[in-house]
Design a protein around this ligand. Structure first.
Ligand code: MV4
Length: 448
């Protein structure tokens, strides 16, 4: 087992990894930027090394500086968290070439699933349902037109090297297809240095349902059931829950089993998430695979009782999974609401600054994962999430009631947060009935 781990991240996920390490008797090294010099979690790490100024390029994205910090502090492994370098195969390679274990999947698996066209090919082989569309890359506008006459509109053009909503364009007819196709190629080249695009039937009014998976280096692979993340704004998740309110048990089991087949076919190990779109008839189709731990992992931790960060560290150290598939049950219902320092009255513009007053919720079923404290200055350099409220109760109705009760206990001033939007969601009868889709927040909730 590792004796010292470097955490190449910041904020709540850095604190989350420190917590797992402390319980495992593993020493921790935190790297931080000058913008994070007052972060309280740095006091909980055994060592803290300032690696640069606020901009991520000078700190949390700076591979030479992170590796140098790992070498001078003589760490055995690096945990990348999520975002930043978490899915950067080059970073994983550099770590391992410096005899520092990267707590994540093998580079070969990152490549197999990172290219969305290759991933779909692997999915077909593993009998995982994929969205009808192009066999592979579409590199010619006229071929795109021919294809879309066959699959029918609306369609979605996606960058093979994209993900998380970047490099995607929906087209509802030939005119918008011609415009969208060229634009998508240009954007993909610019954003990913790879202009490869492919086309799929656009599943309108679908739900975003993802499966948590984890595999060790001894051939054991398990799913930890699903999370429903349909409530999103501009591809930023707002609410995540497990179980999904729309899946019937048969679909649930087929969906989760298909996710395990896919990661086995990819030769994947460590934690990952297989994303699907689910249509109104409970048909599910693969969207993409995320080769990292995700923001919303606590939802799965609450319903399965498994500490996912601890399992990641154990698997990276070559140990077997602590459980078998049949031991993993979904108990009760968990809901996570993300609290962002954004101002709903100003179209969710970031609202950085000092948190002068902070009163937090508590009581039965309430978990608050956050690094902030009264007096904390929210730096403007990074994303605006200041914490995650996770609630775990026996039923969905009780979980929603507890989310509302807990949200009402927050007092965060003077910065603005997304709490009012979260309360609006918890009061919305389509959310309560489970009849919302991926476009609901923007189309209905925020429509002027
Ligand atoms: C789709 C889709 C519907 N049909 N693909 C969004 C980012 C990445 N996970 C893939 N995504 C989607 N791909 C097909 N063929 C719906 C989504 C999607 C989405 C799309 C637009 C606006 C918000 C969305 C939220 C979740 C998923």
């Amino acid at each position: 087992m590792f004796s010292k781990i470097l955490i190449a991240n910041r904020g709540e996920i850095a604190l989350r990894v420190i917590r797992a390490c402390r319980e495992m008797g593993i020493r921790t090294v935190c790297v931080y930027s000058t913008a994070d010099r007052d972060a309280a979690y740095l006091q909980l790490a055994d060592e803290a090394i300032c690696i640069g100024e606020g901009p991520a390029a000078d700190s949390y994205l700076n591979i030479p500086r992170i590796i140098a910090a790992g070498e001078v502090s003589d760490v055995d492994a690096i945990h990348p968290g999520y975002g930043f370098l978490a899915e950067n195969a080059h970073f994983a390679e550099v770590c391992r070439s410096c005899k520092i274990e990267f707590i994540g999947p093998p580079v070969s698996a990152m490549a197999a699933i990172g290219d969305k066209v290759a991933c779909k090919r692997l999915a077909r082989k593993a009998k995982v349902p994929t969205v009808p569309g192009s066999e592979g890359e579409v590199d010619d506008e006229d071929k795109a037109i021919q294809l879309c006459r066959k699959i029918g509109y609306p369609v979605i053009i996606k960058a093979a090297a994209g993900g998380g909503g970047r490099g995607m364009r929906v087209a509802s007819n030939e005119v918008s297809l011609r415009a969208g196709f060229r634009q998508a190629q240009l954007e993909a080249e610019k954003a990913f240095k790879n202009s490869t695009v492919f086309i799929e039937k656009y599943i309108q009014y679908g739900r975003h349902v993802e499966v948590q998976v984890i595999a060790d280096q001894h051939g054991n692979a398990c799913h930890l059931w699903e999370r429903d993340c349909t409530m999103q704004r501009r591809h930023q998740k707002l609410v995540e829950e497990s179980p999904s309110p729309v899946l019937n048990q048969k679909t649930r089991e087929e969906l989760c089993a298909s996710a395990v087949r896919l990661i086995k076919a990819a030769g994947y190990y460590n934690a990952g998430t297989v994303e699907y779109i689910v249509d109104e008839k409970n048909n599910f189709y693969l969207l993409e695979v995320n080769a990292r731990i995700q923001v919303e992992h606590p939802v799965t931790e609450m319903v399965t009782g498994i500490d996912l960060i601890r399992e990641q560290i154990r698997v990276a150290a070559g140990e077997k999974l602590s459980f078998t598939q049949k031991e993993i049950k979904q108990n009760g219902h968990a809901i996570e609401v993300r609290i962002n320092a954004e101002d709903p009255a100003r179209n969710f513009a970031p609202s950085p600054g000092v948190i002068e007053e902070l009163r937090l919720p508590g009581g039965p079923g309430v978990r608050w994962d956050s690094h902030v404290y009264a007096g904390y200055r929210i730096p403007p350099n990074y994303d605006s999430m200041i914490g995650k409220l996770i609630v775990h109760r026996p039923t969905r109705a009780e979980a929603i009631a507890t989310v509302k009760r807990a949200l009402g206990e927050f007092h965060i001033s003077p910065i603005k947060t997304t709490i009012p939007l979260q309360l609006q969601i918890m009061d919305n009868d389509q959310f309560l009935k489970g009849t919302v889709d991926t476009g609901f927040v923007e189309r209905v909730l925020l429509a002027k």
